[in-house]
Design a protein around this ligand. Structure first.
Ligand SMILES: Cc1ncc(COP(=O)(O)O)c(C=O)c1O
Length: 386
C-alpha cells in the first residue's frame, strides 16, 4: 500500500526534519514551544483533572460547564459576546480544529487566500485535502508590507480575481509576532461581505501580547467569521486542546457533522481542568509569568541580530523573531550552515514565498545565555557562509 500523496515539500515537515537532524549540543530555536509551566502550576492543573469522574465519551463540543466558562472568559477578557452554544471545544489542538474547518468547507476547484507569510500548517493541510481531488484546491498568497501588515491593494486585487472560498490568517501571527489592528480586521470583514468569502482567524496567541495591550479579535468585527483557538500557547501544547467559535451559531452547527467524525469528543477531564484553570486565574497567572521573559527574549535577539546586519520588525506578541537575512543570503542554505554551527531555526520560505531570505527563531524556551551563545554561532555562520 502506498500513500496517495507526496510529502516532499510539505512545509510542516521542514521543522520536524530540522529537529530530527539536530546534532547534540544544538541550540534549538526551531520549534514553537512555549515555556513549560512551573511545577506548582502543573500540579494545580492536574488537581482539577482529579475532580472529574467521567471516563466515558464526553459531549462532542465539551460540557455545558466548560462552554459556559469559555463564554464568560471571552466577555470578561476580550469584551466579546459569544453564547456558550457557539463554542466547540475539541482535542487535537488548533491543528485539528483547522483541519475540521478545511475538510468541511473546501471543495474541488476552490481557492484559499493566505497572507504572505503565515503559519505553515494551513498550506500543508489544504494541500493534503487537495491531493484527493481531481482538480484540487488552489492556495494564493496576499502580499504583505515590510512590517507584515496586509497590502490592501493586493488583497482587494486577489479577492476580486480569485473569488476565494476563504481567507485564513493568524493574528498574532506565526512566524512574525505581529498582528492585525482594527482597520485591517474591518477591511477583511467588509471584503468578505462584498465578495462572500469565509474568514478563518487563528488566534492561538491572543493571550501573548506584550505590555497589556489589547488583543483585536475578528469576532469583534465580523458576525460570521470563525475563530480558531487553542490551549497550546496559553498553557501546554501537550493538552492538545483546541476550539472554534463564531458569533453566528450556524457556523458551529454546519461544522458539526465533520467535527463528530474527526473528533468524537475531547477528554472531558482535560476540558474540565482547562475551564477550571480559566475560572481560577491559573491561565492568566501562567501568561503573566512568561510574558515578560518572552518580551525580553525577542527584544534581545532582535537587537543583537540587527547589530549583525539582519533587518528585524520587532514583534509585540508571541515568542518569535522573523529577521530578514543580510545581503543576498539564501534562507534554505543558511539554515543548513546554522545547523552545522549549532543553531536550529526555520527557513522563512516555509511560511510562504515572501519568507524567502528570512529565518524564524522561536525563543519561548530559551534563556538569555542560550540566546547569546546562539548569536555567537549565527555570527560565525554568517562568516562561513560568505
Ligand atoms: C498560528 C498557529 N496556529 C495553530 C498552531 C497549532 O496549535 P495546536 O498546538 O493547538 O495544534 C500553531 C502552533 O505553532 C500556530 O503557531
Amino acid at each position: 500500500m502506498r500513500p496517495n500523496y507526496d510529502y516532499k515539500g510539505r512545509s510542516q515537515t521542514i521543522i520536524r526534519k530540522i529537529i530530527s537532524d539536530m546534532p547534540p549540543g544544538t541550540i534549538s530555536l526551531a520549534r514553537g514551544d512555549p515555556e513549560k509551566p512551573k511545577r506548582d502550576m502543573i500540579e494545580e492543573f492536574y488537581g482539577y483533572i482529579n475532580e472529574v469522574d467521567n471516563g466515558g465519551y464526553a459531549p462532542t463540543c465539551g460540557s455545558d460547564y466548560s462552554r459556559k466558562v469559555f463564554s464568560k472568559h471571552y466577555k470578561e477578557r476580550h469584551d466579546i459576546d459569544i453564547p456558550k452554544e457557539n463554542f466547540c471545544i475539541m482535542d487535537g489542538g488548533a491543528s485539528r480544529a483547522l483541519f475540521s474547518i478545511f475538510v468541511s468547507y473546501l471543495e474541488d476547484g476552490d481557492t484559499v487566500l493566505l497572507p504572505d507569510v503565515t503559519f505553515l500548517l494551513y498550506e500543508g493541510q489544504i494541500k493534503s485535502i487537495s491531493d484527493m481531488m481531481p482538480e484540487g484546491i488552489k492556495v494564493g498568497y496576499v502580499k504583505t508590507n515590510p512590517d507584515f501588515s496586509l497590502d490592501e491593494e493586493d488583497l482587494k486585487k486577489k479577492v476580486e480575481k480569485e473569488k476565494p472560498k476563504m481567507f485564513v490568517f493568524a493574528t498574532p501571527n506565526n512566524p512574525t509576532g505581529t498582528r492585525y489592528g482594527e482597520e485591517e480586521l474591518k477591511l477583511i470583514s467588509d471584503l468578505s461581505n462584498d465578495y462572500e468569502f469565509g474568514i478563518v482567524s487563528d488566534e492561538v496567541y491572543d493571550e501573548l501580547i506584550f505590555d497589556g495591550r489589547k488583543h483585536h479579535s475578528i469576532l469583534s468585527y465580523d458576525d460570521n467569521a470563525i475563530q480558531v483557538n487553542s490551549a497550546s500557547k496559553k498553557f501546554m501544547p501537550d493538552l492538545r486542546l483546541g476550539w472554534i467559535s463564531s458569533k453566528n451559531g450556524e457556523r458551529i452547527k454546519e461544522l458539526l457533522p465533520k467535527v463528530q467524525i474527526i473528533n468524537p469528543s475531547a477528554p472531558s477531564s482535560v476540558v474540565h481542568a482547562y475551564a477550571r484553570s480559566l475560572e481560577n486565574g491559573l491561565i492568566k497567572r501562567y501568561t503573566d509569568d512568561v510574558l515578560p521573559r518572552y518580551k525580553k527574549n525577542v527584544n534581545h535577539l532582535s537587537d543583537e541580530l540587527e547589530d549583525l546586519g539582519f533587518k528585524v520588525q520587532k514583534p509585540d506578541s508571541t515568542f518569535y523573531v522573523f529577521p530578514k537575512l543580510p545581503d543576498n543570503i539564501d534562507d534554505m542554505k543558511f539554515s543548513d550552515v546554522l545547523i552545522k554551527n549549532g543553531v536550529a531555526g526555520v527557513p522563512g520560505s516555509a511560511f510562504g514565498p515572501g519568507g524567502k531570505r528570512h529565518m524564524r527563531f522561536s525563543c519561548g524556551n530559551a534563556t538569555i545565555d542560550e540566546l547569546d551563545e546562539a548569536i555567537k554561532r549565527i555570527k560565525k555562520s554568517l562568516k562561513v557562509y560568505k
